[in-house]
Design a protein around this ligand. Structure first.
Ligand code: URA
Length: 238
């Protein structure tokens, strides 16, 4: 027997806290009966939330690292029927992406059916490192690099200190390549950080996520994580 909230969170439906809320509101059914907080279930119990059946995967987890190409949506399904990152992975498991990359952003993206690890990797308290390479319009100045390093205001919050390094610049195309390491994951965060100091991002690629890089993967290629890598991810989170 396992705790109902854990089984649902592990399925990736929602975080443990959100799941407890749903149970409290009476939105979770077990074999057709309204569930209660703290309830335990076994693998034969049928769990539904608003009519959706939650799969108890009994800890049968899969983990993929994808080098996401441009022009693909990071989502489980697209209303307009466009291709999503899930379509690129050949698996029968119900996997989903760990966080998001924009439609036009490329690079390291983790996908899994392990909801617990997903929630932990995405939780701000764990400060998971993401390294990006941005090609921006203009030759960035040292002053502006320092501004981004120290934190800029985007939307209504100030970004945490970041590592920022000018990799190269090209006077004839008037562009710069900048390495930026952040530990947050707000929507369009990197693009907005550059915009905040007056530069437009032309191309963005995530070189690594939580120390997993995609150097050996071509665009659109993916691989499964090794047990060691999964253990390392768990050791990084609380
Ligand atoms: N920051 C962005 O602006 N876009 C991404 O896809 C990821 C980080």
């Amino acid at each position: 027997m396992e705790r109902l909230s854990k089984v649902i969170a592990n399925s990736g439906f929602a975080s443990r806290r959100k799941v407890d809320e749903l149970i409290s509101k009476g939105e979770v059914l077990v074999n057709g009966d309204v569930a209660v907080l703290g309830q335990k279930v076994n693998s034969n119990d049928v769990i539904t939330i608003n009519g959706e059946v939650i799969k108890n995967n009994n800890g049968n987890y899969v983990y993929y690292l994808l080098n996401k190409p441009r022009g693909i949506i990071t989502s489980n399904h697209d209303e307009k029927g466009r291709k999503t990152v899930i379509d690129l992975i050949d698996t029968d498991e119900r996997i989903y992406p760990v966080g998001r990359l924009d439609y036009d952003t490329t690079g390291a993206l983790l996908l899994t059916n392990d909801g617990e690890l997903t929630n932990r990797l995405l939780h701000p308290r764990n400060n998971i490192e993401k390294i990006y390479l941005a090609k921006i319009q203009g030759i960035i100045t040292g002053t502006d690099i320092n501004k981004i390093k120290n934190g800029v205001v985007i939307d209504d919050f100030k970004t945490s200190p970041a590592r920022v390094k000018l990799k190269s610049y090209n006077r004839s195309s008037n562009t710069s390549l900048v390495l930026i390491t952040i530990h947050e994951g707000h929507n369009h965060q990197v693009k907005k950080m550059f915009e905040a100091v007056g530069y437009q991002v032309d191309k963005l690629t995530r070189l690594s996520f939580a120390g997993l890089d995609v150097k050996k993967l071509k665009s659109g290629e993916y691989r499964m994580l090794s047990l060691k890598e999964v253990q390392r991810l768990y050791s990084m989170v609380k």
